[in-house]
Design a protein around this ligand. Structure first.
Ligand SMILES: Nc1ncnc2c1ncn2[C@@H]1O[C@H](COP(=O)(O)OP(=O)(O)OP(=O)(O)O)[C@@H](O)[C@H]1O
Length: 243
């Protein structure tokens, strides 16, 4: 894998003539986890999709650049909010779908190993329809990890998981994605406090950054610094981010 670049994002976006955000500037440091929070509908997914090059419906004026000056295309793995599993494929085939779509040979042994790591080793012969929502989300996480890219975009990847599985999957993702540039969209202040090496709360005209404690990620759920940051984020989100 090539070294993970940082990403600079700056600009304004509108959809069907309606302004979404303007003057938004975000810097994602290379090899670090950046968390993006903000009210529903403020445009977090749109930012992810713009970086991934998947926002044909958005009018965007601005720049999205990698710090190494190279194109971002082909260096990104994107996990969308919906799992996008193909119902006619087995779980390993779904996890390895990227190689198949590129005309390559799927590494099904690695796909099975990743499925075991996300706790689905006993479900390998099932089709997606036979899984719960949280299990499907873990298949999508395994598919994202399978891609082995330097830049990872995660849109609420743990939202369907129970508290214990969520903490386990956060730990797994932090280990598996060490050294990658990760942009994580989440509604969960506790998740951002555990995983964020930079944390931004997005509002229509701005992004407010929060200082993070010097505790390595994933921070323990019950570490006093994690809890204090979670509390600060929660209070800020409840008050409402200023425009
Ligand atoms: N394909 C589309 N066509 C038209 N409008 C869209 C489209 N996708 C998103 N929007 C609009 O863009 C705005 C921002 O959507 P986006 O999904 O980026 O928000 P978000 O902050 O990620 O929200 P949430 O937290 O609820 O996922 C919303 O008002 C939404 O209705």
């Amino acid at each position: 894998m090539s070294p993970a670049p940082g990403i600079g994002f700056s600009g304004a976006a509108s959809v069907e003539g309606t302004a979404l955000f303007s003057g938004l500037t975000l810097a994602m440091a290379p090899g670090r986890w950046t968390c993006l929070l903000g009210a529903s509908g403020v445009g977090k997914t749109t930012v992810l999709r713009l970086i991934a090059g998947l926002a044909a419906h958005v009018d965007f004026e601005g720049s999205i650049t990698a710090t190494d000056g190279q194109p971002l295309q082909d260096r990104i793995a994107y996990m969308a909010q919906s799992d996008l599993l193909l119902p006619w494929l087995s779980l390993p085939e779904n996890v390895a779908i990227g190689a198949r779509l590129r005309g390559g040979r799927p590494d099904l042994a690695r796909a099975r190993d990743l499925l075991a790591r996300v706790g689905l080793g006993d479900h390998l012969d099932k089709r997606p329809a036979a899984l719960s929502g949280g299990q499907r989300q873990r298949v999508a996480l395994a598919r994202t990890l399978m891609e082995d890219r330097p830049v990872i975009l995660l849109d609420e990847p743990f939202s369907a998981l129970d508290a214990r599985t969520r903490a386990d999957m956060q730990d797994l993702a932090a280990t598996q994605l060490a050294g990658r540039t990760v942009l994580l969209v989440t509604h969960d202040p506790g998740e951002a406090a555990r995983l964020g090496e930079a944390i931004h709360v997005m509002a229509p005209g701005s992004a407010r950054s929060f200082d993070v404690p010097p505790v390595p990620v994933p921070r323990p759920v019950d570490h006093p610094d994690t809890l204090a940051l979670q509390g600060r984020l929660h209070a800020f989100l409840r008050k409402g981010a200023p425009a």
